[in-house]
Ligand binder design. Sequence first.
Ligand SMILES: C[S@@+](CC[C@H](N)C(=O)[O-])C[C@H]1O[C@@H](n2cnc3c(N)ncnc32)[C@H](O)[C@@H]1O
Length: 228
Amino acid sequence: MVKRRPSSSRWLHEHHNDPFVLKARREGYRSRAAYKLLEIADHPLSGAGGRLLKPGMTVVDLGSAPGGWSQVAADLVGDSGRVVAMDVLSMPPLDGVVFIQGDFLGVDGFTNLNEAIQPRKRVDVVLSDMAPNMTGIETVDQTRGELLAETAHEFARQVLGPGGTMVVKLFQGPGFHQTVRRARADFTRVKVIKPLASRDRSAEHYLVGVGFRGLPNMPATASDDGGP
Ligand SMILES: C[S@@+](CC[C@H](N)C(=O)[O-])C[C@H]1O[C@@H](n2cnc3c(N)ncnc32)[C@H](O)[C@@H]1O
């Protein structure tokens, strides 16, 4: 019989007793992470009592498996909205979600994702909950986490329409403040949020940028970009 390490036994014990895990099971969410997005989506940062995710929006969900964030996004954007989700891992189908399996940092995955979001129609919200597989070597994990966050930010700059929103998972570390500064240049309001469902011992935070300023020469509205 395989003997479990004390740390993995502790993780299993904590996981099975975690209130958000129990709540997710009761409420039909695929992961406890769903509660992080529910809290972020309700944050007053979205202004005037609004919400980050609204009916009819087009949303890209990066690092989507097993699908908690996609479930929340699909519910909030409704039948008139659209969610395109991507992960290197497989993800069982979800109503209202187009899923692309692939590596966001790889050429094929990136190309398939861009095709799925139809480049002529601008995206309203880019979500990234991507996290690297942890090696346990702090500098390696930190560098990989930063690369995912930076690439998600750059992708958001390319696909968001003016006024768009970005939510990106970030890990505390040497590049943290620089990433936040870059976001301030691109978005009118920026906030770093640690949702209640994010475990205290995790270095993860979420960078939320609303009111994308747009790129130079970008059409003022989504309907001006020649799309259908
Ligand atoms: C914390 S989990 C996401 C949980 C998800 N948001 C949910 O609500 O169920 C992080 C995910 O990022 C994915 N990921 C990490 N690197 C990736 C990459 N380069 N391309 C696509 N997905 C990636 C992992 O496979 C993993 O499923």
